[in-house]
Design a protein around this ligand. Sequence first.
Ligand SMILES: [Zn+2]
Ligand SMILES: [Zn+2]
Length: 305
Amino acid sequence: MIDVSLLGTGGTLPLPERFLASALLRFGGHLILIDCGEGTQVSLRKLGWGIKDIDHVLLTHFHADHVAGLPGLLLTIGNSGRGPGELLTIAGPRGVQRVVEQLRVIAPRLPYPVRYQELTGNPAEGFSIDGLQVRACLGEHDAPCLAYRFDLPRAPEFQPDRARALGLPVTFWKLLQRGEIIEHEGRTVRPEEVLGPPRPGLALAYITDSRPTRALVEFATDVDLLICEATYGDPADQPKAIENKHMTFAETAALAAAARARQLWLTHFSPALPNPTYFRKQAEAVYPGVVVGTDHLTTMLKFVD
Ligand SMILES: [Zn+2]
Ligand SMILES: [Zn+2]
């Protein structure tokens, strides 16, 4: 299962009641932070999932509202007890190492090692965090900006009755469960002989600071939860959305509907939107059940039986 929380839902600048757009995922013993604008560490503290265990920071792009909080957070992670044997990975678009090292002029010494991972935004590439597959896709913004997708595959169910019928000792069961082919008494046994049908896994996508694009629809197809920017609520602000490379509520809803996302949370609201829920109906008309995100909105994505 994957726990998800919105640390902030604001774009451009933090407001007294709305932190900058950022999200935290909790999976196994890992905390995975997406973006880190000013104030993110205050919001992290309010959430209470811990700070020391953040082992991945995924940056969408290098605009200040998404990265300016990073030096302070990196120091706080160190002050929370992260030590020399505990690697922290910072991933982001091309140039991530250069940008973060420049930010780190004010946080040069950290008690734990940092590794940088540059992502091209080609969804065919990716990496894994203990089985949680992470991929990125370039959006359309006025700086290279990555959307992230997380997939947790689920292994088919092991069927002990079939293993017993084949006369397989229990010592082989785990190997077959892991997908390995085994030899027993001169016979080859393949995993599919003792495993049930494929089972759906979990999928989550986070899209911010972009125009809606065909590539993003494909990237977010069939996710259980799509967290997506919706900077402008009023349909009259559509020209601004186009000019500033963001989305309106209706555009975000259309993207989610086209991607067949099972849930949609809106985030990254313009500071000119004091009450984003006022415009909820603009999205609801296109994507019924849409949730207008609020800071610390939290859910747990679980496998369904
Ligand atoms: Zn932004
Ligand atoms: Zn931006």
